[in-house]
Every structure is written in C-alpha cells, then in structure tokens.
Design a protein. Structure first.
Ligand SMILES: O=P(O)(O)OC[C@H]1O[C@](O)(CO)[C@@H](O)[C@H]1O
Length: 302
C-alpha cells in the first residue's frame, strides 16, 4: 500500500474555455471540481490503476468537507485530520493550447495540528510499503514538515518519495528522502548549479537517495546511486498538463513497491505522466494511451 500525505490540500476547480485571453471576459464551457493537492492526486491515479493507497491530509471549512465527500465518492481510502484553517481552492483554466493555474497559498495550521497530522501518519503506516509527501506547504508552515514525515517513514523502515519545493525540498533531501522529484526551476532554487545533472548530484550529496528531474514534454532524468538514465516520451501529447507530475510520482512510488529497476521506473513515470496530460483533469490518466506510451518510451543510460 502507498500512503500519500498532502500537507496543503485544495479543492481543484477546472474551467474549460475556448481561448484564454487576459483582460477579457470568458464564457466557461464546463466546470469540474474534485479533491486536489498533489498527494491526493497521486492517490487518485494509484486508485484508478488498481494500486492500494491511503490518502492523508488536513481539511477544514466548507471546501474541506467537499474534499472529504469527493474522496468518499471516488472510493479512495483516506484519513483526514479536521483542522481550523479553511481548505484552499485552486483554479485551472484550460483552453485548446494549455492550462493556466491559480493556486491559493493555503491557510496556516496550528503547531498542535501539525503534530496531530504527523501522529496520524505514524499511526497509519501499518501495511504501508511506500510513503509519498507531495505538494506545497501552507503559508507560514514549519519548513521541516516533509522532512519530519521522511523521518517517521524511515524510522518505520518505509521508503519515501517527496515532491515539494523550496526549503521544504532541501530539508526532505537532508532527512534522507529516497526519491525527490523537482523540476529544473525547483532544483535551481535549492542547489547552486546551472547544470541540472550537477544540481541533482548536489541534492543527492545533501542526502536524497535519488533525484528524478521532470522536464514536461521532454521527459525525465533519474540521477541515482545505481546510475543515470534519461527517458523521453515517444510523441507529444496534447491536453491538460495539470497533475502530470503527480502521475509521475505515483509511478515512482509504485516502482518502489514493485522493486522494479530504475529504467523501468523511469519508463513508467514518463508514460503515466504523459497519459495524465491526455486526461481532462488532474489525478487521472488516459488508460489506453498509457499502455501505448509504456511500450514506446525510450530509456537510455548516460
Ligand atoms: O501544493 P501546490 O504546489 O500548490 O499544488 C497543488 C496543485 O497542483 C496540482 O496537484 C497539480 O499538480 C493541482 O491539483 C493543485 O491542487
């Protein structure tokens, strides 16, 4: 089972418009709402693909209740901590070309609520094979929140995948996260290196076991203790890239459960990620495309 922790959940609202043009009025063609935040998306992708998962996160207010109801309706196992702070909203405006995101920061939790969230994680690790900590932290959060989750999982002998940014990413790497998945900009923010591979090695030197660098449509690079690999999608996939990184994290976590080789993990991460672009909303993958992509992703050592 893969336990995901979402420190900063969100109700994800997706607006479909014909063409996004700042400074004009848009007629919204369709509205979709679902429980979001990166860790919840990871759980949703795993659940869709038949992988056992438990989604953990703090929720508050009316949007927090919407998240609870949505996870329940989707049949995704969850353990939510009720907190005072109201859960945030994110808005993705999707047109023919691309997706434009508006992510609220998220309201601060009390220190005692963070402690209770970590207690909840600790209590729900029975039967867990992998822990994922994914997404931003609400404003004013202790920067070591993901690092503390890494510590809890490692104490229990469970590998951890972390997808976050800024000081929280660095702290998680220093705490010994087994896999971290920054993009080039997130990597540059925390290590002093222009070259992404040198940056990934610097993050490994800081304590991360492996670094998987995502480059959107250009694929991914894995810099690990066992070697370095590059994986490239066989053809461009158009659609909504929101949540593509979450699908990649789901694949990496699943690869740890299956103890597959790094080339196989990276192949799956690129295939799941590209298949997520073809799905209309974050947290889903286009299943038919996934199987095709998986066969055709090119992986090479370098
Ligand atoms: O925690 P953040 O970095 O703000 O990311 C949250 C957002 O990212 C997404 O997970 C897409 O990756 C959205 O579903 C949205 O909830």
């Amino acid at each position: 089972m893969i336990v995901t922790v979402t420190p900063n959940p969100a109700l994800d609202v997706s607006y479909r418009v014909d063409k996004l043009a700042p400074g004009t009025t848009h007629r919204v063609r369709s509205v979709r709402e679902r429980a979001g935040g990166k860790g919840f998306n990871v759980s949703r992708v795993l659940h869709e693909l038949g992988v056992a998962t438990l989604a953990i996160g703090p929720v508050g207010g009316v949007l927090g209740e919407s998240i609870r109801a949505d996870l329940l309706a989707a049949g995704i196992r969850h353990a939510l901590l009720a907190v005072d702070a109201p859960t945030r909203m994110t808005v993705a405006v999707v047109d023919e070309e691309d997706a434009t995101l508006f992510n609220e920061a998220g309201a601060a939790l009390l220190d005692t609520e963070w402690d209770r969230l970590l207690d909840l994680v600790r209590a729900r690790l029975v039967g867990a094979d992998v822990v994922v900590c994914s997404g931003s932290l609400p404003l004013g959060s202790p920067r070591d929140t993901c690092a503390r989750i890494v510590g809890i999982a490692r104490d229990a002998g469970i590998p951890v995948v972390v997808d976050t940014s800024g000081p929280a990413l660095l702290a998680a790497a220093q705490a010994g996260a087994d896999v971290v998945k920054p993009n080039a900009a997130e990597l540059r923010e925390v290590v002093d290196a222009d070259d992404p591979v040198a940056g990934a090695e610097a993050l490994r030197a800081a304590g991360a076991g492996a670094v998987v660098l995502s480059s959107g449509p250009d694929g991914m690079v894995a810099v690990t203790g066992e070697g370095r690999w590059r994986a490239i999608p066989p053809f461009p996939v158009r659609g909504n890239p929101t949540g593509a990184g979450d699908a990649a994290v789901a694949a990496l976590a699943n690869g740890l459960v299956e103890q597959s080789s790094w080339p196989m993990r990276l192949r799956a991460a690129v295939a799941w990620s590209a298949a997520a672009v073809a799905a209309p909303v974050a947290g889903s993958v286009d299943l038919a495309l996934l199987h095709r992509l998986y066969e055709e992703v090119a992986v090479e050592a370098f």
